[in-house]
Design a protein around this ligand. Structure first.
Ligand code: ADP
Ligand code: MG
Length: 374
């Protein structure tokens, strides 16, 4: 059984054999015979309060999510105490909704799985303390989940992917390239040296005041940039992808963001408008920004793929690149990555958009994904 060492403040992950032996005792309920484990997944690492109930075959029995995007758009970014408060206000309802949708009561659960890291400490704390109360009240095992591992393994819910594979995680809070050799066996190949791409796109969208654009007012920054870019001409601006000479697989976005900021300031002068108004060239800037970010991500990923193939870390003939995280829902970035995978005879796989962003399903499944018949 999973042991939660409260006094030491440390989580010990028990052996799978012990978890399974323990979970075996939860299969029977008067009137109902559960053939599967039923795991409740709870995610509060950043700005999404999410929960889901999943059985051991990966069937999603019920899920619910509350996104804080609209509030954070208004305040101009995620303010951790605000995110914490919103998680507190919503977690009970979201967990209840997931349980009701799945027609499972807390006593019928086999375990509760919750994101414990990485993420915003204040946000993580809400999910964790809620989960601890729940496992304490209903005497359930607790499964601590690493958020990035959950993102990386989600693809195994929808596709037959064998280890090893390369994973690119691109979101608002994360940016990394890793070789996934097995569950909990990751080799980090590259990461952002500063901010994540979603964070950068959110900042550029804010600087462009896209919240005032009638078509983008409720969209996250990244989504607004993608939407507007379709109407723009990227060739009107020339931003250089960062780190072109760096012989590694790391990323950087804050230098580029600074260059874009300066360009926006210059355009505001030229158009004679104040900061806070939408530039007439906003769509062209969005298109150029999206293109530059896509090029940077694709180039670093290309290096990682070549490196892994050269070293024999990935299969020569059927290597797989998995891309996940909120930014992975950007179709232009996906297209750039497809060019890279086609050129290196690799397969590109992306989870469906609802599983790309933070969600409860990936948390509920993370600990059991390697048990599937893949
Ligand atoms: P996190 O919670 O770590 O920020 P998520 O997986 O929830 O990550 O993703 C949110 C991020 O994804 C935001 O930064 C948002 O701007 C970005 N994003 C969402 N949709 C798109 C899109 N279509 N193109 C680019 N970025 C996007
Ligand atoms: Mg999020």
């Amino acid at each position: 059984m999973l042991i939660l060492n409260k006094t030491a403040g440390v989580f010990f992950k028990p052996s799978r054999r012990k978890i399974y032996a323990f979970l075996g005792s939860f299969h029977f309920h008067p009137g109902k015979l559960f053939l599967h484990k039923l795991v409740l997944g709870i995610e509060t690492s950043c700005d999404d309060t999410a929960a889901a109930v999943v059985d051991e075959a990966g069937n999603v029995l019920g899920e619910a999510i509350h996104s804080q995007t609209e509030v954070h758009l208004k305040t101009g970014g995620i303010i951790p105490p605000v995110a914490q408060q919103l998680h507190r206000e919503n977690i009970q309802r979201i967990v209840q909704e997931a349980l009701s949708a799945s027609e499972v009561s807390p006593s019928e659960l086999s375990a509760v799985a919750t994101t414990i890291k990485p993420g915003l400490a204040l946000s993580l704390g809400v999910g964790l303390s809620f989960s601890l109360q729940l496992v304490d009240q209903f005497k359930k095992p607790f499964i601590p989940i690493h958020h990035m591992e959950a993102h990386a393994l989600t693809i195994r819910l929808t596709n037959k992917v064998e280890f090893p594979f390369l994973v690119l995680l691109i979101s608002g809070g994360h940016c990394l390239l890793a070789l996934v050799r097995g569950v909990s066996d990751f080799l980090l190949l590259g990461k952002s040296l500063d901010i994540a791409p979603g964070d950068m796109l959110d900042k550029v969208a804010r600087r462009l005041s896209l919240i005032k654009h009638p078509e983008c007012s409720t969209m996250s920054g990244g989504k607004a940039i993608e939407h507007l870019a379709k109407q723009g001409n990227r060739l009107h601006f020339d931003f250089q992808p960062p780190m072109q000479r760096a012989k590694n697989c790391d990323f950087s976005f804050s230098g580029l963001q600074h260059v874009i900021d300066k360009m926006i300031m210059q355009k505001e002068k030229e158009e004679g408008i104040e900061q806070g108004q939408v530039l007439s060239s906003a769509a062209d800037i969005a298109a150029a920004v999206q293109h530059t970010v896509a090029c940077h991500i694709a180039k670093r990923t290309h290096r990682a793929l070549l490196f892994c193939k050269q070293r024999g870390f990935l299969h020569q003939s059927n290597a797989v690149l998995v891309v996940s995280g909120g930014v992975a829902s950007n179709l232009y970035i996906r297209k750039a990555l497809e060019i890279v995978t086609n050129a290196t005879q690799c397969t590109l796989l992306c989870p469906p958009p609802r599983l790309c962003t933070d969600n409860g399903v990936m948390i509920a499944c993370a600990d059991q994904i390697d048990q599937r018949d893949n």
